[in-house]
Design a protein around this ligand. Structure first.
Ligand code: SF4
Ligand code: SF4
Length: 164
């Protein structure tokens, strides 16, 4: 089903502050990574995060590296509405390719049939604390993950005609 995403308004936020908050979040996540399998097992009611502790930790390291390459900064910018928002010009539907889930590296992503993926914590209220639902909000988002499901509809160009 095709749909057009809703508009959000943007507020400016100091770039240095955004970088600091981003750095701080990544630092905390790195420092407490060892306890996260236990934490996730409890809040998402998925004991396998603890039962496969070593594997979860390995995935978490990959997850953290991917997060440090822009997604956390994007999260902070989106949270404070300091990010360009072009959602009124985006249409399409998700094909469940998994690209926007950290290029298929999210620790919560699960493969399903036909090379598709699903979020393993999709129905958890805690997932709403992330900004996973806020994708894509710009042409940059679509390009970044080469999203095959959504397209950015460019603004119509109005050309000025010469007087005859
Ligand atoms: S990249 Fe696009 S099509 Fe792929 S999972 Fe994300 S939103 Fe869906
Ligand atoms: S939607 Fe789920 S699998 Fe995808 S990035 Fe978010 S938490 Fe990870």
């Amino acid at each position: 089903m095709q749909f057009i995403k809703k508009i959000n308004h943007s507020l400016p936020l100091n770039d240095q502050l955004i970088r600091f908050i981003t750095f701080f979040i990544l630092l905390i996540a790195r420092a407490f990574m060892w306890v996260m399998p236990i934490f996730f097992a409890i809040i998402f009611i998925k004991p396998q995060f603890v039962l496969n502790y070593k594997e979860t930790l390995r995935k978490l390291r990959i997850h953290h590296t991917a997060l440090s390459q822009g997604p956390v900064k994007r999260y902070v910018e989106t949270f404070f509405k300091a990010r360009i928002n072009q959602t009124t010009h985006i249409s399409g539907e998700c094909t469940q390719c998994g690209n926007c889930c950290l290029n298929k590296q999210c620790v919560f992503l699960e493969p399903i049939e036909d090379d598709k993926f699903q979020c393993g914590v999709y129905n958890s209220p805690f997932r709403k604390l992330s900004n996973c639902g806020a994708f894509p909000i710009s042409s940059e988002d679509i390009e970044r993950y080469e999203c095959p499901g959504y397209v950015f509809n460019h603004y119509p160009v109005i050309k000025i005609k010469k007087a005859s």
